[in-house]
Design a protein around this ligand. Structure first.
Ligand SMILES: Cc1cc2nc3c(=O)[nH]c(=O)nc-3n(C[C@H](O)[C@H](O)[C@H](O)COP(=O)(O)OP(=O)(O)OC[C@H]3O[C@@H](n4cnc5c(N)ncnc54)[C@H](O)[C@@H]3O)c2cc1C
Length: 414
């Protein structure tokens, strides 16, 4: 792999930047692989990378029906945090955040992690009480958490309106929370995986599975049949569609989740601000745009676009918090198809089909989980049992009833 370094930057600049290699090889499918990863989003690419790097499994293909990161991994609002309520979730997401903290160095690709802090607002005494419980629970799991007063909040975000229709009584802060650049995470994993021998195959849709004796033997794709010892599905909003082709049912609802950005402005907001009560959150990107996100559209849909009512409600809520943002022009709006489970906890691990593994159910919050998801899924595939960090996230919990309901604590669950 051609290293990205100051020396290489200067050397290439002197030569007119003609010698840069493509970041990854655009591979054609081979007839057979040890592992086929379906879905070239962050989770699929990270799984392939850790298979090759941690377990020496290099005969791996990532099969993507469109282009890398064209799904939710390139459409999200980039929030990374680990302040989850239940110990099982906090342990998993904190491991993921720790991997993020070392990822630029590990991948030799600047993912622009900016741990500027993530603040969740409380607009009533009840919400403040819930925030205290949430902060305590998070703290008990060994994750950083603190309660802030309205004065602390004003100092952190001077443009915020403490006394709007939604008065701010305090907030819950995770200082290690932040954002990182989503394209960089995808390209960084793709480049590092490709350098380790993983084949990255774009424009290749998986249309079905080949099975014998309830074991998967390979995948049918738009570029022909590919045989595989093991297959893992990381296809987010399409998870239930693909599972059906493999003959089992997933408790997943797919809906659109929207985000939007304003025109770029000078630095105006140095913290991520989230409000569960009014269902909106806001941060400022490195380019200066104000990045705004809201809740998922209420109707199930596979359309990769959102509806006007949620868009309007989200903007109205943000303007209540930051009245001066009403003067900004909105530049872009888009949506992704998110895969929501009944308890807003992901589904990871084995499936009823032997040698077929699943990683889905991230809903509105799986970007922060990309390194952790890839790391634990690679281990799960190699050892054919769930990694200890994800053994509560299996499909079997919908039979046993051992759900992990992160919906309330996660608020706007990003
Ligand atoms: C607007 C928005 C904001 C968000 N904000 C945040 C946030 O701030 N923080 C956070 O943690 N999370 C956030 N999320 C959620 C996060 O983006 C996702 O949970 C995460 O990216 C899921 O990654 P993935 O790799 O599982 O899926 P994806 O990135 O969607 O990748 C799945 C891939 O599978 C491919 N695919 C589907 N079917 C097939 C097939 N049959 N054959 C081959 N390929 C197929 C798709 O083309 C796609 O590229 C947000 C999501 C959206 C939409």
């Amino acid at each position: 792999m051609q290293r990205y370094s100051l020396l290489n930057l200067v050397r290439n600049a002197v030569r007119g930047n003609r010698d840069w290699q493509p970041a990854w090889r655009d591979a054609k499918p081979k007839r057979s692989y040890d592992v086929v990863v379906v879905g070239g989003g962050g989770h699929g690419l990270a799984t392939a990378y850790y298979l090759a790097k941690n377990h020496g499994v290099r005969n791996v293909a990532v099969v993507e029906k469109g282009w890398l990161g064209g799904g939710n991994s390139g459409r999200n609002t980039q929030v990374c945090r680990s302040n989850y309520f239940y110990p099982a979730s906090a342990a998993f997401y904190d491991q993921s955040l720790k991997l993020y903290e070392g990822l630029s160095r590990e991948l030799n690709f600047n993912i622009m992690l900016s741990q500027r802090g993530l603040l969740s607002l409380a607009h009533s005494e009840h919400e403040l009480e819930i925030n205290r419980r949430w902060a305590n629970a998070t703290h008990m799991s060994g994750v950083d958490a603190e309660i802030l007063t309205p004065a602390d909040i004003k100092k952190l975000a001077p443009r915020i309106n403490l006394e709007s229709r939604y008065p701010i009584l305090g907030g819950f802060m995770q200082r290690r929370g932040g954002i990182s650049r989503h394209d960089a995470v995808i390209w960084g994993y793709a480049r590092a995986a490709s350098a380790l021998g993983v084949d990255i195959i774009q424009n290749c849709e998986v249309t079905g599975f080949d099975m014998s004796d309830s074991r998967v033997k390979g995948v049918h794709t738009s570029q022909g049949f590919i045989s595989a010892d093991r297959v893992v599905m990381s296809v987010a909003g399409h998870a239930s569609v693909l599972a059906q082709k493999a003959g089992f049912h997933l408790p997943i609802s797919t809906m659109a989740l929207q985000a939007m950005v304003t025109e770029p402005i000078k630095p105006a907001l140095d913290v991520i601000v989230m409000s569960a009560a009014i269902h909106a959150y806001v941060s400022q990107s490195d380019r200066g745009e104000i990045v705004i996100g809201g809740g998922a559209d209420p109707l199930n849909s596979y359309a990769q676009r959102g509806g006007m009512p949620v868009l309007q409600a989200t903007i109205a809520a943000v303007i209540e918090l930051f009245p001066s943002f009403s003067r900004l022009r909105l530049m872009r709006q888009w949506a992704g198809m998110v895969d929501v489970t009944p308890d807003t906890t992901p589904i990871m691990g084995l499936t009823p089909v032997e040698a077929l593994y699943i990683n889905c159910g991230w809903g509105t919050g799986g970007y922060k989980a990309i390194p952790g998801g890839g790391y634990t899924m690679a281990d799960t595939i190699v050892n054919n049992r769930p990694h200890a960090l994800i053994d509560r996230f299996g499909l079997d919990r919908f039979q046993s009833g051992a759900l992990i309901d992160e919906g309330a604590a996660a608020g706007v669950a990003h």
